[in-house]
Design a protein around this ligand. Structure first.
Ligand SMILES: O=C(O)CCC(=O)C(=O)O
Ligand SMILES: [Fe+2]
Length: 275
């Protein structure tokens, strides 16, 4: 192990510049490994330079669970056939057809509609905040709040091979023309001061499922700008994507709705049980 203070000025500068350029800790570590630095040394250097607890980036910390990506061509879950119509590996993306039926989509929208509020994001200090990057309105269901929510949670658990306790409460978002969700990552940035608080229960997020509850007349797809992919918002279908914390290829956005409206339900999955 390297003693504190023995990091060369060049390495210190490089770590700072790379983190400031928007690369997450795992990406910084990957680049260091590529450049030939021993992993343990890299971890302690990154922890010291970025002033984050070594335990939050230590590879020896108990590894949490991951989701299983649904396999093409189709998966039988909850008595239905979910078709996997497109797959990508970097980032891990699956486009899922017929995950929800029309009645389920309509029932979720109607249950959410009276409870919509300005959608919040998680601030750097871990608190929820109103954010200009996210202009939609939304609400959260409590885990298992209604029989329909509970059934969807079980369906997703079976589909992704991850028990329901690893899932955050289902979120429903509503976008009107002009509203969007600008490019962002769903994983929590370990370099942010609020990281310990948001991950204290459940740990890091490992995957997301964005379910389309209606088909917008125009616009409103989910874009992955780093890989040039846009998934069309089609009622009843969904996009699943997984990321090891810091996977910058998972950058994604809810594109502006240009005509009509857009309703989605999002499920975020954690590496450890939340309850
Ligand atoms: O609206 C979308 O298509 C994307 C939503 C999203 O990224 C999220 O809820 O985290
Ligand atoms: Fe997202």
């Amino acid at each position: 192990m390297r003693a504190a203070g023995s990091i060369s000025p060049q390495l210190r500068e490089w770590i700072l510049a790379t983190a400031r350029a928007g690369h997450g800790v795992p990406e910084v570590l990957r680049l260091l490994k590529e450049a030939g630095y021993p992993p343990a040394q890299s971890r302690s250097a990154v922890a010291e330079v970025l002033r984050i607890p070594l335990s939050s980036i230590n590879a020896t910390a108990p590894a949490g669970r991951r989701t299983r990506a649904p396999a093409a061509p189709q998966v039988e879950v909850d008595g239905r056939r979910v078709r996997v119509s497109a797959s990508m590996e970097a980032p891990v993306v699956r486009v899922l057809e017929d995950l929800l039926d029309a009645e389920e989509c309509a029932a979720l929208i109607e249950a959410a509609r009276p409870r919509l509020d300005r959608a919040l994001t998680v601030a750097e200090d871990g608190r929820h905040q109103v954010d200009e990057r996210r202009t939609s309105r939304g609400m959260f269901f409590k885990p298992g709040e209604t029989p329909l929510v509970a059934r969807l949670e079980r369906r997703l658990a079976e589909l992704l091979d991850l028990p329901v306790e690893y899932g955050e409460g289902l979120q429903v978002l509503h976008y009107l023309p002009g509203q969007e969700y600008e490019p962002h990552y769903d994983w929590f940035d370990p370099t942010q001061p609020g990281y310990a608080a948001v991950t204290a229960k459940g740990g890091q997020r490992v995957a997301s499922v964005v379910m389309y509850l209606n088909t917008p007349e125009e616009g409103g797809g989910t874009a992955f700008p780093n890989v040039g992919l846009t998934v069309t918002a089609l009622a009843g279908s969904a996009v699943y994507f997984a990321y090891e914390g810091g996977d910058t290829s998972s950058l994604h956005a809810g594109l502006p709705v240009t005509r009509g409206e857009k309703w989605i339900a999002t499920k975020w999955l954690r590496e450890r049980p939340l309850r």
